[in-house]
Design a protein around this ligand. Structure first.
Ligand code: SAM
Length: 320
């Protein structure tokens, strides 16, 4: 069974709510950023987004590890490189670290490059990872480099690529690319396509890129998951070097899908909220040869590209 209900580990609950005074605010989009009280704003992010992103990535990695081809490819690693694009307060980073430490017993050290425009989030993330590393419940050595950069055009993406002189086992972007769509940062270009095409060359041979975003409507009537799927599918078709492994159906049908709607639902519980709900759409892409290795022996899944009745609310029942 895929585990999509997560309880924030007690020691992390304690760090964010006791040590950093996080505040749960169910409608953070309505909270206006106040530059005079930057830390107050970060506390709201920390109490609300952080546990959700933690739970999402924790569940995603747990499901990915059910695939034995994938797990075996990483099993002997002692050191892992991670990049987070638009990390915010880094819920997905901590969720990934906890999931990896549970699944990869040989892992000792993680190197993380994390980028975001918000200087308070960046500063905060640095202190948070210090607290996590000190916790007796946590066993990995963390080397994090949180960097403040405001992406205004493709040029800054290029700068990020040049700055991060590493190749990655995990790259992630959680609930942020929609903000580039809203601001028209890349003019007429599809931001999902553009970001996938810039970052994918930084993948290690066995690396994965998790591209995740909200499921709401874009102003032009499309939904973000449709825009994500059409952009990523176009990138994959044009490059011919990469493929998706999640959702499972996309591996088989991405070349004939023009961009359908999909979503996955997660629940997270912590001291301030029982079963807080979070809906996202995500794709996991990697080098084509690694995708073929990971998918070997796994059967076809139905999908609206071939079956109009397939349920797009549950495209993520991964490996069963
Ligand atoms: C909704 S938050 C998500 C944060 C984090 N990934 C998470 O899931 O908790 C979106 C993040 O994207 C960042 N962001 C938005 N536009 C950006 C830009 N143009 N350049 C850099 N960061 C940006 C924001 O500062 C914010 O931290």
């Amino acid at each position: 069974m895929d585990n999509k209900s997560v309880i924030l580990p007690k020691w992390i609950d304690k760090i964010i709510f006791d040590d950093f005074e996080a505040v749960y605010e169910p409608c953070p989009m309505e909270v206006v950023y106040n530059p005079d009280q930057p830390y107050e704003f970060i506390k709201l992010y920390l109490g609300t987004y952080f546990p959700r992103s933690f739970a999402e990535v924790y569940s995603i990695i747990d499901s990915l590890m059910i695939n034995d081809n994938y797990k075996q490819a990483l099993y002997n690693l002692q050191e892992i490189n991670i990049l987070d694009f638009c990390c915010g307060t880094g819920g997905e980073i901590i969720g990934l670290l906890v999931a990896l430490s549970e699944n990869l017993p040989n892992l000792k050290r993680v190197n993380i490059n994390a980028y975001d425009a918000n200087p308070d989030a960046i500063r905060f993330l640095y202190h948070l990872t210090e607290s996590v590393e000190r916790a007796p419940e946590f066993r990995l050595e963390i080397h994090i480099n949180p960097q403040c950069i405001y992406i205004e055009s493709e040029q800054e993406i290029q700068e990020v690529i040049n700055m991060s002189n590493m190749q990655y086992h995990f790259m992630m972007s959680f609930k942020a690319i929609n903000e580039f769509v809203q601001h028209g940062t890349f003019n007429e270009n599809n931001p999902y396509e553009l970001i996938a095409s810039y970052f994918s060359p930084l993948l290690k041979a066995n690396g994965v890129f998790i591209i995740s975003d909200v499921t709401t409507k874009v102003d032009n009537g499309l939904y973000y998951p449709q825009m994500m799927n059409s952009g990523i599918n176009r990138f994959l078709k044009n490059s011919q070097q990469y493929k998706s492994i999640v959702p499972n159906a996309c591996y088989h049908y991405e070349s004939q899908c023009s961009g359908c709607y999909m979503q996955d639902i997660f629940y997270v519980s912590h001291r301030e909220k029982n079963n807080d709900i979070s809906k996202i759409a995500y794709r996991i892409i990697c080098n084509k040869s690694f995708a073929q290795e990971v998918m070997a022996g796994y059967t076809l899944k139905t999908c609206r590209a071939i079956n109009p009745l397939a349920d797009k609310n549950t495209p993520y029942n991964l490996w069963h």
